[in-house]
Design a protein around this ligand. Structure first.
Ligand code: NAD
Length: 290
């Protein structure tokens, strides 16, 4: 079997077209333009690229973006003050704090200051808690997990009863992805750095989501023939032939796995574009609710 390549770039493009059309319709109806505030602290090069892409996509879709950039040594108090001001700003419907923050900052405390109704990254403890309860309705589902589910459902709309293996348990990707798949009635196993027999557990998965940050960790022999494989990893692999000095690789051995899997996402061009599209969708949703 040669796997279907799940083209996240194209799927995200279609979704973004719909979002742009909805925003145009809103503006013709005299309704407010959605507004997204982004907060970037420090000089982490990947974070700078992610924020740039998010702001550019806002511009393409007609969303107002309000960019707040701070030096590495910014204090917790200054950032909390900003978040409280953004909570009160009627032009700002969504607030995104780019992670990771510098180590001297208390990330959990800062994220907890965001109004959950403007928490378009779905990471406020209230939204995270609501996601973990099947009867709960979070204001927002985190963008990367929402994008992952969307991509899986382009292949298999109903994942009820399927075995899903999520590798990684971070607050922003692994854990909410596992919870989201569980809410859709998949039987979910969460793996992490202390998991034993990872290859054996992976081989059970009808769906395998790799969100680790280790280039080519997941091998073809770990994948059940016919599985759906979602590669979330973004790893900078040194490459002197590339003008940047590196190229981007995922967490899976893509070329080998595509020989046996049913479907697989490429890196780049898989989950990454969907994360941004979902952020735009959540920002539009936030504006519609107000
Ligand atoms: P993280 O470092 O917070 O979490 C990594 C997780 O992997 C941890 O739960 C850890 O226990 C687990 N882990 C580490 N080594 C392992 C091993 N050998 N076996 C099994 N599990 C192991 O990272 P994160 O923020 O969750 O991001 C994961 C990857 O996804 C990174 O490459 C990141 O750049 C990428 N990412 C991509 C997008 C996107 O839009 N495509 C969004 C967010 C993160």
């Amino acid at each position: 079997m040669t796997a279907q390549i799940i083209d996240g770039k194209q799927i995200a493009g279609t979704l973004k077209d719909k979002i742009a059309a909805a925003i145009t319709e809103r503006s013709h109806a005299g309704l407010p333009v959605p507004g997204l505030a982004t907060v970037l602290v420090g000089n982490d090069p990947p974070s700078q690229i992610y924020i740039k892409n998010k702001i550019r996509t806002c511009q393409e879709l007609g969303i107002h973006s309000f960019s707040h950039t701070f030096p590495e040594e910014t204090t917790q108090a200054a950032l909390e003050e900003l978040v409280l001001a953004l909570n009160d700003d009627p032009l700002v419907h969504g607030i995104l704090i780019q992670l990771p923050l510098p180590p001297h900052l208390d990330t959990f405390r800062l994220l907890s200051r965001i109004n959950p109704q403007k928490d378009v990254d779905g990471i406020h403890p209230i939204n995270a808690g609501l996601l973990s309860r099947k009867e709960g309705t979070p204001w927002f589902i985190p963008c990367t997990p929402a994008g992952i589910l969307y991509l899986i459902q382009t292949v298999t709309p109903d994942i009820s009863g399927l075995e899903a293996v999520v590798i990684g348990r971070s607050a922003i990707v692994g854990m909410p992805t596992a919870q989201l798949l569980c809410r859709h009635d998949a039987t979910v196993t969460i793996c992490h750095s202390k998991t034993r027999q990872l290859p054996d557990i992976c081989r059970r998965g009808d769906i395998v989501v790799a969100a680790v940050g280790k280039s080519h960790l997941v091998k073809a022999a770990w994948i059940k023939p016919g599985a759906i494989v979602i590669d979330v990893g973004i790893n900078r692999t040194p490459d002197l032939a590339d003008p940047r000095g590196y190229h981007i690789t995922g967490d899976t051995d893509f070329e080998a796995i595509r020989q046996t899997a049913k479907a697989i996402t490429p890196v780049p061009g898989g989950v990454g574009p969907m994360t941004i599209a979902m952020l735009m969708q959540n920002t539009l949703t936030a504006a519609i609710r107000i």
